[in-house]
Ligand binder design. Structure first.
Ligand code: G4P
Length: 519
């Protein structure tokens, strides 16, 4: 296969949803089709309340299957699928945003009884900004849910995206009969074996089956007429631009409609496309030179080995074991001997991967989130990943003063991983953590204890407004309890203002001093 053919066979996406909509269940079904796991069922054991363990590790433990946290890879109908996991909890973390920077499409799973929920809205916004295609799966059709027409209308009203039905339920909940499949011109019957699950549609849209006389089937035909009349017609260009979302109905738990969905998805979702690098250059995925960026760093994925993995999204060329690359930030050359991919029953040494794939590089401290790496002579720098100015802050210290070493090691690694932001009081050097959501602190505490055997004490200093100041304007007398002077992990000074009033007061007092929201 040529490089271009290989790249064209890649489908790299993330599933976004509100917790409990069925993301885990549908992913599990997909892995089943990909032959990665053998049994699927209700993933009940997952809900342990243990935040730090990812959903995947938990499934792995409870069900005796091997999927690796964060990235799952499998083959389906001649395509190589990469699913990137986004944390499914309520609290929003920067990690989720960054992961969404590494995908080419998103699947939005919605609980058809609940419609669009808050977390889905937030994630949708990020995906929409990227302008990548979004495919919608209305799940839990086996339960009584909202009217399909309402659900489609909600996409437009709440999210501002046009929904176009690719199939339509016949009945729902107790009376679910099947799906009227507008893409494949067939009816897919509920709870039937493979052999008699599908009935082809006649040219006029009818079926030669007793179902044709079922009042629910007639309702379905009426509703389809209605949506067709409303003008939302499938338009591939609009889908690829992220302006229209194809909507599929189904039930992940009963494995109904998932395979049809996956088939359409691999067909319609885009292969990896070009990236903008060095501010204004276009880099094609089938460019022979390898390049990629680090979007996530995770330590201790394997508790036995205490390793650290940098996840790289490959954007061009081919990765081969032992390839020499330049780390753009430092100009240093690195030989990538030790990489892992995420296929089949265990983590495997990767020998080859192409644009669209994700490789995990064993990291001994070389990489930072957002780093660009490339193999050619021409330097490649990807656009910076979005950063978020923390709004919540806590003071942190080791509970046991005798255990400073493990405390420092843990803090350093977790901060490099991008799990949390670290500051130090300018004068006392006391540690302060900053986060976007409260959960980041809880995960930090849990991981410090479990992975570094370091119990930490945290005292909230509440919401604050972080603003950087030019060092040449800095005067130590400017600091007070209401505007605490701290330094970030690179030593840059910033103030943590108690609130916006404190910031305004400061600005009035020092009108010539410029404060910035980000560095
Ligand atoms: P998440 O990853 O998005 O958080 O959702 P997950 O797949 O864990 O699914 C959440 C719950 O919804 C699970 O129930 C799961 O079995 C159920 N579920 C998923 N898809 C469907 C579906 O198509 N139909 C029905 N009826 N249920 C579905 P659970 O963990 O067992 O919790 P519980 O409902 O038993 O309390």
């Amino acid at each position: 296969m040529t490089l271009q053919e290989e790249v064209n066979s890649r489908r790299t996406f993330a599933i976004i949803s509100h917790p409990d909509a069925g993301k885990t269940t549908i992913t599990e079904q997909m892995l089943l089709f990909g032959g990665v796991i053998r049994n699927a069922g209700t993933v009940k054991a997952r809900k342990t309340g243990n935040y730090a363990t990812s959903d995947w590790m938990e499934i792995e433990k409870q069900r005796g299957i091997s999927v690796t946290s964060s990235v799952m890879q499998f083959e389906f109908e001649g395509k190589r699928i990469n699913i990137l996991d986004t944390p499914g909890h309520e609290d929003f973390s920067e990690d989720t945003y960054r992961t969404l920077m590494a995908v080419d499409a998103a699947v939005m799973v919605i609980d058809s009884a609940k419609g669009i929920e808050p977390q889905t809205r937030k994630l949708f916004k990020v995906v929409k900004q990227r302008g990548i295609p979004i495919f919608t799966f209305m799940n839990k059709l086996d339960r009584d849910g909202r009217e399909p027409l309402d659900l489609i209308a909600e996409l437009e009203n709440l999210l501002g995206i046009e929904g176009v039905a690719m199939n339509w339920p016949i009945g729902s909940g107790q009376t679910l009969k099947g799906l009227y499949d507008l893409t494949n011109n067939r009816v897919e019957l509920y709870r039937k074996d493979e052999a008699d699950r599908f009935i082809p549609l006649n040219d006029d849209g009818s079926v030669d089956n007793p179902l044709a006389d079922d009042p629910q089937f007639k309702d379905t035909l009426d509703e389809i007429d209605l949506i067709k009349g409303a003008g939302n017609e499938f338009d591939r260009e609009l889908v690829l631009a992220g302006e229209q979302t194809p909507v599929f109905f189904g039930s992940a738990l009963t494995n109904f409609g998932v395979e049809t969905f996956l088939q359409s998805f691999v067909d319609l979702a885009p292969a990896p496309s070009k990236h903008v690098v060095n501010e204004d250059e276009e880099l094609a995925p089938d460019n022979e030179e390898f390049s990629g960026f680090v979007f996530k760093i995770q330590a201790n994925m394997n508790p036995q080995h205490r390793d650290r993995i940098a996840f790289v999204r490959i954007c061009s060329g081919k990765f081969t074991k032992g390839i020499d690359v330049t780390l753009e930030r430092t100009g240093k050359t690195l030989r990538l001997n030790n990489a892992t991919e995420f296929m089949s029953s265990s983590r495997m040494q990767v020998s080859e991967a192409v644009a669209g794939d994700i490789v995990g590089l064993y990291d001994t401290g070389n990489f930072q989130i957002g780093d660009s790496i490339y193999s050619g002579k021409h330097a490649v720098k990807f656009a910076p990943l979005p950063e978020f100015t923390p709004e919540l802050f806590v003071r942190v210290s080791a509970k046991n003063v005798m255990k400073q070493k493990s405390f420092h090691k843990g803090i350093t690694q977790l901060v490099q991983e991008g799990a949390i932001q670290l500051y130090q009081n300018w004068q006392t050097e006391e540690y302060i953590l900053g986060a976007v959501g409260q959960l980041q602190f809880e995960v930090f505490k849990f991981r410090m204890q479990n992975e570094y055997n370091s119990e930490v004490e945290m005292t909230s200093i509440g919401h604050r407004v972080a603003r950087w100041i030019d060092p040449k304007d800095l005067d130590l007398s400017m600091s007070s309890q209401r505007n605490l002077l701290v330094k970030d992990r690179f030593g840059n000074p910033l103030f943590l203002f108690e609130n916006e009033y404190a910031e305004r007061f400061f600005k009035d007092k020092y009108p010539d001093v410029k404060l910035t929201e980000k560095l």
